[in-house]
Design a protein around this ligand. Structure first.
Ligand code: 0RA
Length: 660
């Protein structure tokens, strides 16, 4: 596959250095294509593409582990945002490549798709966006250095934009084996150059769970602690995905109902199936799925097979045990998913990826294989653990009841929405424009700030919806409670969006969205941040398409007003305040500094000019960089478990800013 990425024709290049052979030209041609259209190879050139470079390099080391030759991998972020990935695998071969008459190392590093092992027959990552090869990373790096320990020696080569600076050379002796790649992404290619520790460590942790026994270390040299050491974490799991499932629940503070996860491992027709799952006291499904270690965010046939297996077996048990009849329950497929945390990991020799982001497994045969393997294990588990069986089936009964309650509650809310215009919430001060693309709605903390905002706004295109205090924490509430909540009902009706249900799948219909800017405006204090987080959690869980389309914003009210004589300025940070004070001639009798604790301390005019006027305000747009990471963080922030939340706040307090 991917042949179209590898130009086969003899390239026609004029004015080339005569010393270059045809193969050299072809190699350069390939890498030039990567630089011309990087998106085709790594998806994008934003922060996602930037991180993709790391996945690409780590995948090669993981393949060495899967082949049985590598036990340790270290990932280092250097102070200049260059990255090193080092492994103790066999080391990239350095011998002469017969056909191309140069070091195999140079071939792997400079020829598209040569990176794959020549001896690779197993479950190499060969689909989706992974697996385009380390040469792509080389092409997109302004500087790259590779070091190989092999055959008692150390070899090295350096490149710039994929072009070797010098031939592979011996630089020393070593009795070890391994490969180290250090690269600096090309700033002319990437729009974002700063690596996110959160994103990197999430993937490294995940890889540790998916590859039990493998030791992975991540070190961030940009962060030095009090003892002078860089931030560093070691990930290693003996229990693999069983531990992964426990970790996911623990992180979010969900209480497991099974004493330990149910675990399935099997192989059929060259497909390796590994599944772990348990039920917990929450109301949502939390499922991670992987194919050859690649996260399939859109699921696919392996996930379908797993869901079918759990549904069929629990249904069978619920029917034969009489539990369903006793409770007069009619179950639907989604009732088996409530409160379920699962990891589904398969290894497939020739995976086909489809879907919008190529994040969905397409191989039909995998569905039956997974379903068969999982059914056998669940059937035996239910037989051997009657208490667990009863608990799980009763959980399904409760889910079925909650579903019909939620459906009724949802219909109640939505009945009003249909009559658009009529039935808008009484608290909404709507704008006069009916053009959604030009209209804004401010969700304002509290009635008093809401009142000020109503006076201060431009009523032509700005609507105000005051929200009462802390809105419901949707992370912990049952679904019907959510639709019965006054503030949430108001948001649905004011925004004009509806939840539609088709074949058990719910989607948000935003065709009649009434505003293309939904601005959360809360006090600039701890309570205000909490309320912002609660509202974002609600949007993330129930109105995600709004965030995906870039319609959600956070307002940034100022923290200070500094006055001296006729001069006045607003400040959003302490640094700004100090700079303004200095600019105004320093601290002296005529200077006044007002600290705004809440929106309510500003009058309508001040609120307009600092926070609402499109000419002068700062809005932060909410994007979903990594929905799964966001999911994890929301569960953790809104869950019951305090230590991970404290750690997150301590680690991230420094990133909090209002001037983004
Ligand atoms: C080609 C062949 C062999 C190993 C590798 C490539 C290899 C590539 C990378 C990239 C990062 N770490 C790596 N480690 C190994 C097999 C070599 C042999 O047969 O000895």
């Amino acid at each position: 596959m991917n042949d179209e990425l590898n130009p086969q024709e003899e390239p026609i290049l004029e004015n080339q250095n005569k010393d270059y052979g045809a193969d050299n030209i072809q190699a350069l041609e390939g890498l030039e294509a990567v630089r011309m259209r990087p998106g085709m190879y790594i998806g994008s050139t934003d922060t996602k593409g930037l991180h993709h470079l790391v996945w690409e390099v780590i995948d090669n080391s993981i393949d060495e582990h899967l082949a049985g030759y590598c036990s340790h991998i270290t990932l280092t972020v250097h102070p200049n945002n260059s990255i090193s990935v080092q492994d103790n695998g066999r080391g990239i071969p350095v011998g002469m490549h017969q056909k191309l008459q140069k070091s195999a190392l140079e071939v792997v590093m400079t020829v598209l798709h040569a990176g794959g092992k020549f001896d690779k027959q197993t479950y190499a990552v060969s689909g989706g966006l992974h697996g385009v090869g380390v040469s792509c990373v080389n092409a997109l790096s302004i500087d790259l250095r590779v070091e190989v320990e092999r055959e008692g020696k150390v070899f090295a080569q350096e490149y710039s934009c994929g072009i070797p600076k010098w031939d592979v050379k011996e630089i020393g002796l070593s009795n070890k084996n391994g490969t180290k790649v250090t690269f600096l992404p090309d700033p002319t290619i990437f729009s974002e150059l700063v690596y996110s520790y959160e994103i990197l460590s999430k993937r490294v942790r995940e890889l540790a769970y998916l590859n039990k026994g493998l030791h992975l270390t991540i070190t961030d040299e940009r962060e030095i602690d009090e003892t002078g050491n860089p931030k560093s974490e070691i990930f290693h799991s003996q229990g693999g995905i069983v531990e992964f499932v426990s970790y996911l629940d623990q992180l979010a503070g969900r209480q497991p109902l099974n004493p330990e996860p149910v675990y399935v491992t099997a192989e059929q027709d060259n497909v390796i199936v590994e599944v772990a799952f348990q039920y917990n006291d929450s109301y949502r499904e939390n499922l991670r799925s992987y194919v050859n270690n690649i996260n399939t965010i859109e699921g696919g046939t392996h996930v379908t097979g797993f869901r079918r297996a759990i549904g069929l077996e629990l249904k069978k048990y619920g029917e034969t045990s009489g539990i369903f009849t006793k409770n007069k329950t009619t179950v639907s497929a989604e009732d088996f998913r409530e409160g379920l945390t699962a990891v589904v990991s398969v290894k497939v020799p020739n995976p086909e990826f489809k879907g919008q982001t190529k994040g969905e497994l397409g191989n039909q045969e995998v569905s039956t294989i997974v379903s068969n393997c999982v059914r056998k294990v669940i059937e035996a588990y239910l037989e051997e653990n009657p208490n667990m069986a009863k608990m799980m089936v009763e959980k399904v009964v409760l889910a079925a009841r909650a579903r019909s309650a939620a459906q009724k509650a949802r219909e109640m809310v939505q009945r009003k929405t249909v009559l658009s215009g009529v039935g808008l919430p009484g608290k909404l001060a709507d704008c006069s424009s009916k053009d959604a693309s030009a209209s804004e709605i401010f969700l304002v903390e509290g009635d008093s700030a809401g009142g000020t905002a109503k006076q201060g706004r431009n009523r032509e295109f700005q609507a105000i919806l005051p929200l009462r205090g802390k809105i419901l924490n949707v992370e912990k509430a049952m679904e019907h409670k959510i639709y019965e909540n006054e503030e949430i009902k108001n948001m649905f009706t004011a925004l004009g969006v509806r939840i539609e249900e088709r074949e058990g799948e719910r989607t948000l219909n935003i065709d009649n969205l009434r505003y293309h800017k939904v601005v959360i405006m809360c006090d600039a204090d701890i309570d205000g941040s909490h309320i912002t987080t609660l509202i974002l959690t609600f949007f993330f869980r129930f109105m995600r398409p709004l965030a995906e389309n870039g319609y959600i914003y956070i307002a940034a009210p100022p923290l200070y007003q500094v006055k001296k004589g006729k001069r006045m300025a607003y400040c959003w940070t302490d640094e700004q305040r100090l700079a303004i004070i200095a600019d105004f001639g320093g601290e002296s009798g005529g200077l006044s500094v007002q600290r705004y604790k809440g929106l309510g301390e500003m009058n309508a005019e001040q609120l307009w000019e600092t926070t609402m006027n499109p000419e002068t305000r700062t809005l932060r747009q909410v994007t979903i960089q990594d929905a799964e990471l966001a999911d994890e963080i929301f569960s953790m922030l809104m869950g019951d478990e305090v230590p991970p939340r404290r750690k997150f706040i301590e680690d991230n307090a420094k990133y909090a800013r209002v001037d983004a």
